[in-house]
Write a protein that binds this ligand. Structure first.
Ligand SMILES: [Zn+2]
Length: 222
């Protein structure tokens, strides 16, 4: 047999299409592998599925007991890797992946129930030793009452007095662009495009909300 389409899909979503062993994002090149092989009565169920990259899949699947080199992956070790990685993905659905060159915090800004929201801050850090160019950050506006236009973003922690407007795009700073859009799932979102970020450097963005009375405590920005 083999895993059904829905089990494969669930495994791919739960792993964010990363390898459960090395945590590398592999996108298209994911393998949904049987932890206990079918020929050893492994079942086609989610509990027996692990998402692997091509390299790890090769290592897990090809071990020659007659010519042992290194240490063989045991079923229990694979289950543990999978469980820990699925757990991380479940607890951090919007966080950049651990191998991502940038760290963003917080991952969620609750908007609360207020007439207006005081300045909130998002911090961005470049972990690498290299310059990063053309960085796109997607902010989901999870609120029915709030439109992207009501969200003001500024570099540093003082609100911007002036910004240049071009349709749905705002040039906030010489190196910061805000694009208000909806994504393919029709979610309201804002793309922040940053021209360049320096190695090992932190940046702060101030976020203020315009007017729009918020009554729903569940409203938040991701
Ligand atoms: Zn891997």
């Amino acid at each position: 047999m083999g895993f059904s389409k829905s089990i494969k899909e669930e495994a791919l979503i739960s792993s964010r299409r990363c390898c459960c062993i090395c945590h590398e994002f592999v996108g298209l090149y994911t393998n949904v592998h049987h932890i206990v092989p079918i020929e050893q009565n492994g079942e086609d169920i989610l509990e027996n599925a692990i998402v692997l990259c091509l390299t790890c899949h090769g290592e897990v699947g090809h071990y020659n007991n007659k010519h042992p080199i290194g240490n063989k992956y045991s079923f229990s070790e694979l289950k543990e890797h999978k469980q820990k990685w699925f757990e991380w993905c479940n607890n951090n659905p919007y966080a950049p992946l651990p191998k991502s060159p940038i760290v963003i915090s917080p991952h969620e800004i609750p908007l609360g129930s207020k007439e207006w929201c005081p300045l909130s801050q998002i911090d961005l850090y470049n972990k690498t030793d290299t310059f990063l160019y053309q960085l796109w950050i997607k902010i989901l506006v999870n609120s029915r009452q709030l439109d992207q236009e009501n969200v003001n973003i500024s570099l540093g922690n003082s609100p911007m007095d002036s910004k240049m407007e071009f349709g749905n795009k705002y040039l906030l700073d010489q190196q910061l662009l805000q694009i208000n859009a909806v994504d393919s799932k029709n979610n309201k979102c804002i793309f922040l495009v940053i021209d360049k970020i320096n190695p090992k450097t932190s940046y702060s963005f101030g976020i203020t909300i315009n007017s729009a009375k918020l009554t729903d405590y569940r409203d938040s920005l991701y």
